[in-house]
Design a binder for this molecule. Structure first.
Ligand code: SF4
Ligand code: MG
Length: 327
């Protein structure tokens, strides 16, 4: 069967300094290539983990896939149809099937609305439940995320961080989506609460048959939740493959560096240790050739001018490195 989501050569470029005043002041035009021709697919029922340092384009990629941001180029196909240019109205209807859970539940919940209103709002916006039915559906949803009907009339500030994220999850799932972006859903939470929310997301996925694109900068979290892992660097996917293989035998030096930075996740596995040096270059002026060459301990002359393609390197893995695979 075709993948649930298929993204081809997706680009999101922000044109900075393109306003009238900036042109008048002769400020140079700047292109921020936040997502740079990215291709990947997500199969129904799997969790694709997306990892990379903050600012690498993970959130922009996810929001562009959902068309919360309009893509500059490329194509997105979802449940078998091309949604890249779907008119706004149809996109709004389709968004029932594609939802997002945000990093900071407090910032994403209206402080003046009760839980009943927050979780019930998508139902009334989409006109899919009558007034009298909304409360019942909200109660069922609250129970499935571990909250109670007694919480209906309470406001966001009356909940703990973990409970607020449960409210955010309930709001995202009440429309019965098939695809959910989890954008750093546990990064703002205490470590003890993180495990509970991750377990909840896992059981909801199984019960409701969900498919996740799970974003995190934390390789421990990504390793735990993902069936496959995609690694992003400066707007590119530089490595993608089955979770176990990416964690055990990463092919891209950047992935090796990410894994070297944390205590052994998987004890008994001997991995090359790669130390990441230097800062993340500005996405406004990415290095030519391989964008990672300024920080890569293995860089050769070729890396400075030739862009490595994301290509098969065996074992269902792909990597964008001149030196990866075939060795
Ligand atoms: Fe390092 Fe070169 Fe591979 Fe880029 S292409 S990751 S610079 S070895
Ligand atoms: Mg982000």
């Amino acid at each position: 069967s075709p993948p649930l989501l298929e993204v081809r050569d997706l680009e999101k470029v922000y044109h900075l300094n393109s306003g009238f005043m900036q042109r008048l002041a002769r400020q140079p035009a700047l292109d921020l290539r936040a997502v740079d021709k990215v291709s990947f697919s997500v199969r129904a029922g799997e969790t694709l983990g997306l990892i990379g340092e903050s600012g690498c384009g993970k959130s922009t990629l996810a929001r562009t896939v959902l068309r919360l941001h309009e893509p500059t180029a490329g194509s997105i196909s979802f449940e078998g149809s091309d949604i890249t240019k779907l008119p706004h109205r149809e996109m709004t209807a389709l968004r029932r099937r594609m939802q997002i859970i945000f990093q900071d539940p407090y910032a994403s919940l209206n402080p003046r609305k009760s839980v009943e209103d927050i979780v019930g709002l998508p139902l009334s916006l989409h006109g899919i439940a009558r007034r009298g039915e909304i409360r019942d559906r909200v109660v069922v949803m609250l129970e499935s995320v571990g909250l109670k009907s007694a919480h209906l009339g309470r406001y966001p500030h009356q909940f703990s961080g973990g409970q607020r994220q449960r409210i955010g999850i309930a709001r995202a799932l009440i429309l019965n989506p098939s695809f959910v972006v989890c954008d750093e859903p546990v990064s703002a939470l205490d470590v003890s609460i993180q495990a509970q929310i991750i377990a909840l997301l896992g059981s909801l996925k199984r019960e409701l048959g969900l498919t996740y694109l799970f974003i995190s900068h934390d390789i421990g979290v990504i390793g735990h939740v993902s069936d496959r892992i995609a690694v992003m660097y400066l707007g590119d996917i530089v490595e993608i493959g089955p979770s176990r293989d990416v964690l055990r035998s990463p092919k891209h030096p950047y992935t090796k560096a990410l894994l070297s930075a944390v205590p052994q996740i998987d004890s008994g596995v001997k991995r090359d240790r790669v130390k990441l040096t230097g800062d993340l270059p500005s996405p406004l002026a990415p290095p030519p050739g391989c964008k990672f060459h300024t920080r890569c301990p293995f860089a050769i002359e070729r890396c400075r001018h030739e862009v490595p393609a994301l290509r098969d390197v065996g074992g269902g893995m792909k990597a964008a490195c001149h030196l990866a695979g075939a060795s």
